[in-house]
Design a binder for this molecule. Structure first.
Ligand code: MN3
Length: 381
C-alpha cells in the first residue's frame, strides 16, 4: 500500500502531551506515516536535545534566547528560533500537513491561527485556544478547510462515538474523574493545599491541569471547548462524574441510543487518533477489555462543591470575552496556588469577582481578546 507521509510540527514536545506524542510516533507500525518537520520546547533543553537527536527535525524553537543559543552550540546546522515569534515561525511553514499543539496556556493561540490560515490541520491539545477564541478559530478553520482534531481524551471520545453524525445527537456526555477532592467536604476542599491537589487519582498530567482537575475548572474549560468543537449549545453538553475514568465520554443520539468510547486511561489513543484521523493505525496497544474493571459508577457533579464548573458554564453561555476572563483569572490563580501563596477559596473568589466586574464584549476581535487577557493577568499577578 502506498502511504502519504504527513509533515508534522510538534509544539511543546517536552511537555506531558508532547512526550506522549513522541511515544505514539515511535510505536506506530508504519514509520512512514509522519515526518517530524519541527519541534518546540519550553525550558527543558536537556530532554529536548535528546528528542531532536532522535526525531531529526529541520526547525526547532526554544522557550527563550538562552535555550536557543544552547541548542545552536549543539546543532549548528539546525534552524533555531525562540519565544512566541519562534512558534509562529514553525506554525507558518506551508509544508506542514498537521500541527500538534501541546503547549499550555495562551501561547498556543497565535501559532495555531497561523497554521490554520495555511490549511494545516490542528491536533489540538491546548484548551485555551478554543476557550479564548473558539468562534474565531473555528471560523478560520472552516474558511481555510483545516480540521481541528481534539487530543483531549473526552473530546476525542465524543468525536469517535459520534461517527461524525452531529446532526443526529441529542446531547454529549463529558465524563469527569472528579479529581482528588471528589469525596471531600466543601470545607476540606476550600482549605486544601497544592500538595493535596496534585494527588490526581487517575491521570498523570501537567501541574496546571492537575489543579484544574481538582477544582473541576478543567471540566468547565472542556465544556466550553466542546461547545466550539462540536457546535452544540451548552444545554446539550452534560458533565457526568465517573471516577474510574474508563468511559472517556459519550454521545446520546435522538433515538436514545448512547455510544461511548472506553478504555484504560491513557493519552496514547486520543493523540494517535487525532494524528491519524480518520484512519486507524497499528501502534502500541494499551487496551484490553478484561482490564477495564467491574465497577463503573456515574453520578451528577456537585455544582455547590465545585463552583468553578458552574462558573465555566455561565461564562460559556455569556460568550464573547467571558471565557477569556474565566481562563486568565483562573490561570494566574492556579500558578499562585502552586507557589503556596493562595488557597482554593481564593481561586474561586477571584474568578467569580473578575467575571462579575467584567464589561462583556460580545463579538471580540483577536486584539480585544488579548487585551482583556493581558489586562486581567496584569492586575492579578
Ligand atoms: Mn480531558
Amino acid at each position: 500500500m502506498h502511504t502519504t507521509t504527513k509533515n508534522l510540527a510538534i509544539l511543546g514536545s517536552t511537555g506531558s502531551i508532547g512526550t506522549q506524542t513522541l511515544e505514539v510516533l515511535e510505536g506506530l507500525q508504519n514509520q512512514e506515516l509522519f515526518n517530524v518537520v519541527s519541534m518546540s520546547c519550553g525550558n527543558n533543553i536537556d530532554l529536548f536535545v535528546e528528542q531532536v537527536k532522535k526525531f531529526n527535525p529541520k526547525k526547532v524553537c526554544a522557550g527563550n534566547e538562552k535555550g536557543a543559543k544552547e541548542l545552536k552550540s549543539i546543532f549548528p546546522k539546525l534552524e533555531i528560533f525562540y519565544g512566541e515569534e519562534g512558534l509562529i515561525e514553525l506554525a507558518c511553514d506551508k509544508s506542514l500537513d498537521i500541527m500538534l499543539t501541546g503547549t499550555s496556556g495562551y501561547v498556543g493561540l497565535k501559532p495555531t491561527l497561523c497554521a490554520i490560515e495555511n490549511g494545516t490541520d490542528i491536533a489540538l491539545a491546548n484548551k485555551e485556544t478554543l476557550v479564548m477564541a473558539g468562534d474565531i478559530v473555528m471560523e478560520a478553520a472552516k474558511c481555510h478547510n483545516a480540521k481541528i482534531l481534539p487530543v483531549d481524551s473526552e473530546h476525542s471520545a465524543i468525536l469517535q462515538s459520534s461517527a461524525g453524525k452531529f446532526d443526529l445527537l441529542d446531547k454529549i456526555i463529558i465524563t469527569a474523574s472528579g479529581g482528588p477532592f471528589l469525596n471531600k467536604t466543601k470545607e476540606e476542599i476550600l482549605n486544601a493545599t497544592f500538595v493535596d491537589a496534585l494527588k490526581h487519582p487517575r491521570w498523570n498530567m501537567g501541574k496546571k491541569i492537575t489543579i484544574d482537575s481538582a477544582t473541576l475548572m478543567n471540566k468547565g474549560l472542556e465544556v466550553i471547548e466542546a461547545h466550539h468543537l462540536f457546535n452544540l449549545p451548552y444545554e446539550k453538553i452534560e458533565v457526568v462524574v465517573h471516577p474510574e475514568s474508563i468511559v472517556h465520554s459519550a454521545v446520546e443520539f435522538k433515538d436514545g441510543s448512547i455510544v461511548a468510547q472506553i478504555g484504560l486511561p491513557s493519552m496514547h489513543i486520543p493523540i494517535q487518533y487525532a494524528l491519524c484521523y480518520p484512519s486507524r493505525e497499528v501502534g502500541v496497544k494499551t487496551n484490553s477489555f478484561s482490564l477495564l474493571g467491574q465497577n463503573l459508577t456515574f453520578r451528577a457533579p456537585d455544582f455547590e462543591k465545585f463552583p468553578c464548573l458552574k462558573m465555566a458554564y455561565e461564562a460559556g453561555k455569556l460568550g464573547g470575552t467571558a471565557p477569556v476572563v474565566l481562563n486568565a483569572a483562573n490561570e494566574v490563580c492556579v500558578y499562585k496556588f502552586l507557589e503556596g501563596k493562595i488557597g482554593i477559596k481564593d481561586i474561586i473568589k477571584t474568578v467569580e469577582a473578575e467575571l462579575e466586574n467584567h464589561k462583556l464584549i460580545k463579538n471580540p476581535s483577536l486584539n480585544e481578546i488579548f487585551e482583556v487577557d493581558r489586562e486581567i493577568r496584569g492586575r492579578l499577578k
